[in-house]
Design a protein around this ligand. Structure first.
Ligand code: XLS
Ligand code: NI
Ligand code: NI
Length: 426
C-alpha cells in the first residue's frame, strides 16, 4: 500500500507517565495497559474501543448549527475521503494504543443509489480495512447497520409498516453480517433507532414486535448459515429519535428476548447515557443486565443529567466507572465485548488533538474505576456486609425460600418471631 500522509503529525504514541503534571494531557497517568490486576492485564479488563461515527464522521453539526469540525480526511469524492478517513482512524487507534474499533456500515463506506452500489462501496473500503487490520493488529469490536438515517427508515426498519422497507433492512443486515465475518468482528450490534412509535393511534404494537422478533430470527439463521462466530447484541434506548422505543431499557429488552425465545442468541450492549435517559441511575442497566447474565458490552459514555438528551460525552466520573468495573469484574470480564467510546468531542473542541485528549481522559477515568473496583473487591468489606444482610437465607425457613421448597403454610408457622427493623425475638 502506498505510504500515507500523517493526519496527526507531531503526536507520538501515547505513553503511561504516572508522574506527569496536570498540564501534560497527551499521556496516560492511570491507564497502564500491561499492568496486571486480579490476574488480568488492564488492557484485557477494559477492552477499549474507538467508535468511527463520532470520532471520524462527526462534523459538530447540531439541530441549531452547521459543522464546526473540519477534518483533513474529508477531501475528494466520498470514496476518496472514506479511504483517507480509514487511514486517519488507524493512525489514531495505533497512537492511542486502543486495539478495537466499531462502525456502522454507512460510516465506513458511502451509501450508493442502489443496494448493489452500497455493497460494492463497502467491499472496496473493507478490503482496505482488512489490510490495515492485519498490518496493525487492530480488531473490530463490533459492526452495526445504520437502519435509521436514510429517509426510507423514517417509520422504522424491522418495525416499519411497509414490509418492503423491512426487506431492505434485512438485505442490509445480510451484507453487514458478511462484512462482520470478513473483518473478524467479535460482536454485531442492533440498535433500534426508529423501532418504536410516535403515535399509538396509527400503530399495531403487537404486529411490530412480532416483525422485529422475526427479523432477529432471520439474522440468527443467516449468522449460523455463514458460520459467523460473533456475539449478537441489542442496545437499549428509551427514546430519541422516536418518542417511544421498544428497546426501552435492559429489562424491556430481556423481557422481549425471553418472550420470543431469542435469549440464548443475544446479549445487551448497555450505553449508560441511554440508561439515564430512561430515568435510571448511571449503573442501573449494567447491573440489571449482568444480573441476568446478559451484559455483553458497554457503550461507555455519559450525559448531563440536567439536559436529558443523549449527548454522548466521554465518561469522566470515577464513581460511575468504579461501579461499572465492579460489575464487570464480578461477572468475570466483558469479553468478547468491551468498552466502546460511543462519545464525541463537543462541537467547540475543534482541534484534532482534542480527539486524543478526550479519549485519554476517559481511559484514565476507567483505569481509576478499575483500580477502585479491584480495591473494593479485594478488601471484601462491602461484599461481607451484603452477605451478612442476607444471612437469614442460609438456614431454616430462609434456606427453604432460597431453594424454592418453602410453602405459604410454613410462612405462617414462621411468622412474627422477629420484629421488623430489629433483631429482637418477640
Ligand atoms: C445512538 C446509539 C448508536 C448505537 C449504534 O444513540 O448509541 O450510536 O450505538 O447504532
Ligand atoms: Ni451506542
Ligand atoms: Ni447513544
Amino acid at each position: 500500500m502506498a505510504a500515507q500522509a500523517e493526519f496527526f503529525a507531531g503526536i507520538p504514541k501515547i505513553s503511561y507517565l504516572p508522574n506527569a503534571g496536570a498540564r501534560d494531557v497527551m499521556c496516560f497517568k492511570h491507564y497502564n495497559a500491561e499492568e496486571v490486576l486480579m490476574g488480568r492485564r488492564m488492557e484485557d479488563w477494559l477492552r477499549f474501543s474507538v467508535c468511527y461515527w463520532h470520532s471520524f464522521c462527526g462534523t459538530g453539526a447540531d439541530p441549531f448549527g452547521f459543522p464546526t469540525l473540519h477534518r483533513p480526511w474529508n477531501e475528494g469524492t466520498p470514496m476518496e475521503s472514506a479511504k483517507k478517513r480509514l487511514h486517519a482512524a488507524f493512525e489514531f487507534f495505533t497512537k492511542l494504543g486502543v486495539k478495537y474499533y466499531t462502525f456502522h456500515d454507512r460510516d465506513m463506506a458511502p451509501e450508493g443509489s442502489t443496494l448493489e452500489e452500497s455493497n460494492r462501496n463497502l467491499d472496496e473500503i473493507t478490503d482496505v480495512a482488512l489490510q490495515l487490520q492485519s498490518q496493525t493488529g487492530i480488531k473490530v469490536l463490533w459492526v452495526t447497520c445504520n437502519l435509521f438515517a436514510h429517509q426510507r427508515y423514517m417509520n422504522g426498519a424491522a418495525t416499519n409498516p411497509d414490509c418492503h422497507v423491512l426487506a431492505f433492512a434485512g438485505a442490509q443486515v445480510k451484507k453487514g453480517l458478511e462484512i462482520a465475518k470478513k473483518l473478524g468482528a467479535e460482536n454485531f450490534v442492533f440498535w433500534g433507532g426508529r423501532e418504536g412509535f410516535l403515535s399509538i393511534h396509527n400503530t399495531d404494537v403487537a404486529a411490530e414486535l412480532k416483525h422485529m422478533a422475526n427479523f432477529f430470527k432471520m439474522a440468527v439463521k443467516y449468522k449460523e448459515k455463514i458460520g459467523l462466530k460473533c456475539q449478537f447484541l441489542i442496545e437499549p434506548k428509551p427514546k430519541e429519535p422516536c418518542r417511544h422505543q421498544y428497546d426501552y431499557d435492559a429489562m424491556s429488552v430481556i423481557g422481549f428476548l425471553k418472550h420470543y425465545g431469542l435469549e440464548s442468541h443475544f446479549k445487551l450492549n448497555i450505553e449508560p447515557n441511554h440508561t439515564t435517559l430512561a430515568g435510571h441511575s448511571y449503573e442501573h442497566d449494567i447491573v440489571m443486565a449482568s444480573t441476568f447474565g446478559m451484559l455483553g458490552s458497554v457503550d461507555s459514555n455519559t450525559g448531563s443529567s440536567d439536559l436529558g438528551w443523549d449527548t454522548d460525552q466521554f465518561p469522566m466520573d470515577i464513581r460511575d466507572t468504579t461501579l461499572v468495573m465492579k460489575t464487570v469484574i464480578e461477572q468475570g470480564g466483558l469479553q468478547p465485548g468491551g468498552l466502546n467510546f460511543d462519545a464525541k468531542v463537543r462541537r467547540e473542541s475543534t482541534d484534532l488533538e482534542d480527539l486524543f485528549i478526550a479519549h485519554i481522559g476517559a481511559m484514565d477515568t476507567f483505569a481509576r474505576g478499575l483500580r477502585n473496583a479491584v480495591r473494593i473487591i479485594e478488601d471484601g468489606l462491602i461484599t461481607g456486609m451484603v452477605k451478612e444482610r442476607y444471612s437469614s437465607f442460609s438456614h431454616g425457613i430462609g434456606q427453604k425460600v432460597e431453594d424454592g421448597s418453602a410453602t405459604l403454610e410454613e410462612m405462617e408457622v414462621d411468622n412474627f418471631k422477629i420484629c421488623p427493623g430489629t433483631t429482637d425475638e418477640k
